[in-house]
Design a binder for this molecule. Sequence first.
Ligand code: URA
Length: 321
Amino acid sequence: MTDFEYSAGAFVYRHYGGAVLFLILKKQNGEYDLPKGHIEKGEDSEVAAKREILEETGIEAQFDRFFSEITRYFFFNKGTRIAKQVRFFLCEAETAEVKISKEHLAYEWCDYSAAVKKLKFKDLVALMPKVKEYIRRRDEIGRINSEYSKLPQKSKGWSLSRRLVPGEGRLDAKLMLIGQAPGANEDAQLRPFVGRSGLLLDSVLKKTGINRNSVYITNVVQFFPPKNRLPSKEEVAHCKPLLFRQIEVIRPKYIVTLGNLATGAILGMGQVERNHGRIIRKDGVDYLITFHPAAALRFKENYGIMLKDFEKLSEKIGEKA
Ligand code: URA
């Protein structure tokens, strides 16, 4: 007989000097583990992980919105085989202060190699390189976005919104979607593709089996152009180098250019009407050209075309996955 158990926890880290330190807890049996515990009735894994972290460390955790990894293992308890699944989130702690509960003997903030040595579970240790790389990308994207958000102060005659709408998604996404520029809804929420175009894009992704939470979504120009006007050539030229740096950090295998502006800025070619559905390989990345969701809102037939284009990509991603 097998029983199933579900737990949730997190990689809690902080920066100290130039290093990244991970929080590990010493259990009563002397083994080291991450903060984690059972998912109680009525909780989802995120709620359970936050509760466990608060109980075990006193930290009010804020998770990376997109990072989540699952580990699975088996053990025996009084002759019963237990299949355990644990979902781990990622949390940057603001302070070094930790208040452990009676459940643990001690806590340690360990650098990467010490954490790898001390953690008992192999499945956790196996995740560590991925977590380390993810944190590096978070830091790097944070630096680029901070630079990007200062463009309005640095540029003469700035007439876009002054609020950066940064890209969002998994920082190790295989697939990146790039639009033109945020609209008014995006400017209000500071998130890309959350208005009507975003809803249409969500529907295309859903219908073609692509999970929005596993892709990275952004725009060429990451400031709202008032009245939704087309960004000028100069504005695109200002923003493009920062977009390219973001692409270098995410290193996606596939990029979708949504509409003429993105296709022109990234691939140096426009005319989506003629070129949509083409997958172009450049510098090791496969680029799919397709319509901008706004064009599919305006003309219904473009929605069907977008679906077909994305299906082609989805099949290609499936092939290589
Ligand atoms: N249109 C875009 O190009 N980007 C958004 O984020 C929203 C609408």
